[in-house]
Design a protein around this ligand. Sequence first.
Ligand SMILES: [Zn+2]
Ligand SMILES: [Zn+2]
Length: 374
Amino acid sequence: MSDYYEVLGVSRQASAQEIKKAYHKKARQLHPDVAGPGHEEEFKAVTAAYDVLSDAEKRRMYDLGGEDAVRGNGYAGGFGGDFTDLGGIFNAFFGSGAASRGPASRSRRGQDSIVALEVELADVAFGATKTVTVDTYVTCTTCQGTCCAPGTSPVTCSECNGQGSVQHMQRSFLGNVVTSSPCRACQGFGTVIASPCPDCAGEGRQHVRADVEVNVPAGVSTGTRIRMSGRGAAGPAGGPSGDLYVEIHELADEALTREGDDLYTELRVPMTAAALGASFPLTTLDGERTVSVKAGSQGGDEVVLSGLGVGRLRRPGRGDLHVQIVVETPTRLDDRQTALLQELAALRGEDGFAPAREESLLGRLREKSRSKRR
Ligand SMILES: [Zn+2]
Ligand SMILES: [Zn+2]
C-alpha cells in the first residue's frame, strides 16, 4: 500500500487547503476526457488518500499508525459509507451510473432461508428423511410472477420513456457533470404496472407455509447445515428462488454418548459376573446385542462392538460402540452371604486386614474422645 501523502504528491506537513488543491488537480488529470480510459484504479487510490487526509481525525490516526489504524477506526476503504459524495463523482467520471445499465429488472433472486431441525441420535447414525415447516414465498399462481392482473401487462413509463433513469446536471469542482438517477415514477424499472395482480399485490409471489422433505445424511452433527438449492423463497416478479439451509440440532440420547463417529455407553455388572465372566444383553441403535464380559474384568474395562456407532458423513462405514464396564460391589449382605464372602476372603488370603471401622465422622470423633479418656 503506497503512502497517501505520496499518492497526492504533498508533504506530510501539507495544510488542508493544499491537500484539497492537490486532490482536485490529480482528479482532473485522471478524468477520462483528459487521460483517456483505464484510470479508474488510480482515481480510486487518489480518492482513498484524499478521504483519509481531508479528515482531521482520520489523518491523525493515519500519521500515528499508518493505514491499518485508519481501517481499524471504521474506514473500510473504497466507495461506501460516508464516501457517497465522492462515489457519485466517481460514477459521473467513469460512467457506471444507472444510465449505462438501462432499466432495472423487477425480478430478483429470492432470499436464502434457514430453518432448524432437531434430530435424534438414531437419525444421525443412520441418516433419515425429515419434514421441516418453513415460512416462505412461492411464485404467484394467479399472475405467474408477472405482477399484473390477469389480462393486463406492464406499460412503458412516460417519465423516462422506458429508460428507467433520468439525467441531471450536477455542479462539481470539475465543472458540470451529468449524473443519472433511477426514475422515481417507475422506480427504475422503465415500466409501470397499472393493474397489479390482486392475489399478490403486484409482487409476483405469495407468502406460504410449506412442508419440505429433508434428506439428513448419516454423520451430521449440531451446526451442520444442509443446503437445499432453490428451495428458499421465490424471488419477486418471477425471480429465481434462493436456497434453503437446514441447520441440524442433535438431541442428547439417554444411554449413548457420541464422540465423533463413536458411541459410548456404560454396562453395570455384578462383582461376581466380573470375576466369573458372563454375557449381558445390551440395547444398541441396531437392536439388542450381547456383550461378553470376560472373567476377571475390572471396572473401566471396555468392550468394543465395532461398526455399531454413527455412520460416517459422506464416507462409507460406521464408528464403534464402546461399552465401559462398571463393576457393582454388593451391598446389604445377609448373614449367609457375609459368611460366604468371608470364607472366600480366607481362601484367597485376603482376610488378614484390620476390620473396617465405623466410617462416619461422628464415629471417628467418638473413637478419638474414647482414646483421650484412657
Ligand atoms: Zn400475482
Ligand atoms: Zn420511469
